[in-house]
Design a binder for this molecule. Structure first.
Ligand code: ARG
Length: 585
């Protein structure tokens, strides 16, 4: 039997057909293949337990029956054992590890192996999605880097991914912004730091409306004019959006973040009325205190706290545009899954949005895509409170990234003074930006985390510098051999892994496939981070225990193969996370 990229899937098929052979009831049995505790095996099948329990059978006896049926097809592939009450453990044979490592030797091979996971699935991923005319601050980074990583991973695993930046480019803030732009603008400041100036204008206009009711009235009038399609105000609105999106683009470029579409809230303006009408006609929406709302009687909170989909003054809100957005993504993009990233404070909104969409699409016989609100916690300062500058303002993302590069440059200058200045700067950019990014990705996104420069720039621990350094070190092994990179000829005579550390490393490498599955199922990049960190650890242990460049050709070949595949998986994994890797550091 040949193994595929996803060995867990091969085992699943084998166990399922063995269960049939052994006379199990196929409707009641599923193999439940999981990654195993490495002390016991590479994979385990847990399905016997539930199956036996439901039928009041002795699980151990059922497991033995299944193993007997399974044994012939596992010959040469795995060693089987039964543990505890009836778990079946699979230990891959060294030959199989060698076969897998030999086969998955390029990014293209890894990609084609992984593509079975989400093949034919279209995902619309809505991420970053900042509001116009506000500075990007550190809080915005999570949605950006997690979103980019999710897009890359899904695409790598075969999905067709539509990346949409759903900019908050419409709303009440424009009354004040336009009034401020007309009366308080400083053109010089607008040219040097446009976003800064827009933010100042907004704050100044806001203060003026509070101080003077006449200004408040004037700002309201500007908004009404804009909404009525006044030419001048529409032009100003466009100009403000263009300035703002130019500034966003600069940061996206720095962080290597890409979008296919930028359909902001305003894009949905003329798609809202049909939504109000349809939901009302279906009896889903009703007028309550002047607003159009949707109650969810089956929900403990939303039965009394409705989803407001049009405000009492008749204006659209966040919910209106999001309902229209769900429809557009389903119909226009033919989404199989819609993924929206925001911080966890918006959980109620998305729960209500999804409840409403399910009922609405159900009643109109529309195809219902899957929906995932990928939410995340906050970034905290070292004092455990929301991260702020010393003066109490939010930290600008631009400043944070600049500081990251500066700090990384100081480290590179110390460590590698022999490199040219251009090279040191290039390394510092990759390490600094990579460190900020990886610090975020390596945490379970549901939790808050503490941002600490020392920690994220450390060469030890689960950090970008540690992993980037591991990559550079493997490159240097090949360089020392006088070759720029690994070539397959080097491994032609490789024998199967043999020593304990070789075996542990090979098993870890094969585990890349299940890691991709888990990470893209749960849309949690930290699983991939943890895996890469453990892989680098297994590599270190191997490198410390087993000399690579020995005289015995087959041994050297298999050790070089392990080096080469570690390099490949580390580089591929880091690039899925959005990190740029380096040949030397
Ligand atoms: N602009 C929103 C904010 O800054 C995020 C938008 C997320 N996407 C969506 N379809 N609601 O909070």
């Amino acid at each position: 039997m040949h193994v595929s990229f996803q060995i867990a899937a091969d085992l699943n098929r084998a166990v399922t057909s063995a269960a049939l052979q052994a006379g199990f009831d196929p409707a009641g049995f599923s193999a439940e293949i999981r990654t195993a505790d490495p002390r016991h095996g590479d994979f385990q099948a847990n399905g016997v337990l539930g199956y036996a329990k439901a039928r009041k059978l002795n699980p151990r006896a059922v497991a033995e029956q299944l193993v007997a049926a399974l044994a012939p097809s596992m010959e040469g592939l795995c060693d089987l054992s039964i543990a505890g009450p009836g778990f079946i453990n699979f230990r891959l044979k060294p030959d199989v590890l060698l076969q897998w490592l030999g086969r998955y030797g390029t990014v293209e091979m890894l990609r084609s192996g992984a593509s079975a996971l989400h093949q034919g699935q279209r995902y619309v991923v809505d991420f970053s999605s900042p509001n116009t005319a506000k500075q990007l601050h550190v809080g915005h980074i999570r949605g950006m880097v997690i979103g980019e990583a999710i897009c890359r991973m899904l695409a790598f695993c075969g999905a067709s991914v539509v990346r949409d930046n759903h900019i908050g480019d419409w709303g009440t803030q424009f009354g004040k912004l336009i009034w401020g732009y007309k009366h308080l603008r400083n053109d010089e400041a607008l040219a040097t730091d446009p976003l800064e100036e827009l933010e100042r204008l907004y704050k100044a206009a806001d203060a003026a409306t509070k101080a003077d009711p006449a200004v408040l009235e004037a700002a309201r009038a500007e908004l009404v004019k804009l909404q009525a399609g006044d030419r001048e105000n529409l032009e100003l609105w466009q100009r403000i959006n263009a300035i703002s999106s130019g500034a966003f683009t600069e940061i996206y470029r720095k962080l290597d973040i890409h979008f296919d579409h930028q359909l902001g809230e305003s894009f949905y303006n003329d798609r809202l009325n049909p939504v109000y009408e349809e939901l009302t006609r279906l009896g889903l929406a009703e007028i309550s205190e002047g607003a159009l709302v949707v109650f969810h009687p089956e929900h403990p909170r939303f039965k009394t706290q409705p989803f407001i989909i049009r405000k009492s003054d008749g204006a659209a809100n966040y919910a209106s545009t999001d309902l229209a957005t769900m429809l557009y993504r389903t119909e226009h993009f033919q989404a199989d899954a819609i993924v929206i990233l925001t911080d966890a404070r918006q959980s109620d909104h998305f729960e209500q949005l999804w409840l409403t969409t399910q009922k609405w699409f159900g009643m109109t016989q529309r195809r219902l895509p899957r929906f995932e609100h990928v939410s995340f916690g906050s970034i905290l300062g070292e004092d455990g409170k929301a991260i702020k500058t010393r003066s109490g303002d939010p930290i600008r993302l631009k400043a944070l990234l600049a500081e990251a590069e500066d700090r990384a440059l100081t480290l590179v200058n110390e460590k590698s003074p022999e490199l040219s200045e251009a090279e040191r700067k290039d390394i510092a950019a990759a390490v600094g930006i990579g460190a900020v990014r990886y610090a975020d990705l390596s945490q379970n996104r549901s939790s808050d985390y503490v941002f600490a420069w020392e920690k994220i720039l450390s060469l030890e621990g689960n950090t970008a510098p540690y992993l980037l350094y591991a990559v550079a070190r493997i490159h240097s092994i090949f360089r020392k051999q006088g070759i720029e990179g690994p070539t397959e000829a080097l491994f032609a005579n490789a024998t199967p892994p043999e020593t304990e550390t070789e075996l542990a490393l090979a098993r870890k490498l094969v585990g890349f496939a299940s890691t991709l599955e888990l990470t893209t199922q749960q849309l949690r990049p930290h699983f991939l981070c943890t895996y890469l960190y453990e892989l680098a650890g297994a590599y270190s242990a191997f490198y410390a225990a087993d000399k690579v460049l020995v005289d015995a050709e087959p041994v050297r070949a298999r050790r070089l193969l392990l080096c080469a595949r570690t390099l490949l998986v580390l580089e591929s994994g880091l690039s899925l996370l959005g990190l740029r890797t380096l040949q030397r550091m």
